[in-house]
Design a protein around this ligand. Structure first.
Ligand code: HPA
Length: 261
């Protein structure tokens, strides 16, 4: 089954007809909220609002381990994360989407692994390509079918937040090669890898990063809000295209009637 993790601006999934909600207890504590099960156009998905239903959990306090563990425990196989970002690359003006293929992790102090080791030998998991190729390909298909012009690839800089960056910090990220900056990409992507979920992120630029474009002197909350409103309908189309794909024998693709992907 497909899981959708919604970030800022996506605390509810528009168009989702809800069948039930489930509170999941995990060995790592509470997820951001109950998992919401339902269907998009007849195609089953499970939805989790990363920052909680009322958007009350800041990026550095999200219980990423509990969230990913809860999805895994519900037989989810694939995860798409919707991640709002600031655009660093010239192509990522507000409203544009991207499918990053690399990550640089600048976060600190977050729980980054399920492997508590104990008396088990330490293992080092490959993370050369942090996103699952199968899920990325599905996202490419879904974005193309929705008629989106998007950046295919790019480096996602995962920063600590919750504050936005200084201009100098963005210049440094750009020097490092980053194309976009967000606060929640890590350790989420790595935990998904560790537990065996096929995970990719659809990044949505909601503002120019600090010091760039119309954020030259300040990042405007109004710009972010307006962009989010503008982008939501398009995003829903992309997510519907993803939902109608088949995610394995245990989870047939719903009624299949309206899906031509
Ligand atoms: N910086 C970090 N995270 C973000 C931004 C930003 O400019 N916009 C949306 N998420």
């Amino acid at each position: 089954m497909l899981a959708i993790i919604g970030g800022t601006g996506l605390t509810k999934l528009p168009g989702l007809s809800i069948t039930h909600r489930q509170v999941i207890r995990t060995p790592y504590g509470e997820p951001s909220g109950p998992l919401t099960f339902g269907d998009l156009d007849g195609h089953p998905v499970v939805f989790l609002a990363r920052h909680g239903h009322g958007h009350t959990i800041p990026p550095h306090l999200v219980n990423y381990r509990a969230n990913i563990w809860a999805l895994h425990a519900q037989k989810v196989s694939h995860v798409v994360s919707v991640a709002t970002v600031g655009g660093i690359h010239a192509a990522l003006s507000p409203g544009r989407m991207a499918l990053p293929d690399q990550i640089i992790d600048y976060t600190h102090g977050r729980e980054t692994t399920f492997a508590d080791y104990g008396d088990k030998p330490v293992s080092h998991l490959d993370f050369t390509w942090p996103y699952c190729a199968d899920m990325r390909q599905r996202c490419i298909t879904a974005l193309e079918k929705a008629g989106e012009r998007f950046m295919n690839g790019g480096i996602y800089a995962s920063v600590q937040g919750p504050r936005l960056e200084t201009k100098a910090e963005i210049n440094r990220l750009a020097t490092d090669g980053a194309d976009m900056v967000g606060m929640t990409g890590m350790p989420e992507a790595y935990l998904a890898r560790e537990i065996g979920l096929c995970y990719a992120a659809v990044a949505v630029s909601v503002n120019w990063a600090a010091g760039r474009g119309d954020s030259a002197t300040a990042i405007s909350a109004e710009v972010i809000e307006a962009t989010l409103n503008d982008v939501m309908g398009r995003l829903r189309g992309v997510l519907k295209n993803l939902a109608c794909m088949s995610y394995g024998e245990d989870a047939p693709a719903g009624n299949g009637g309206t899906c031509s992907v």
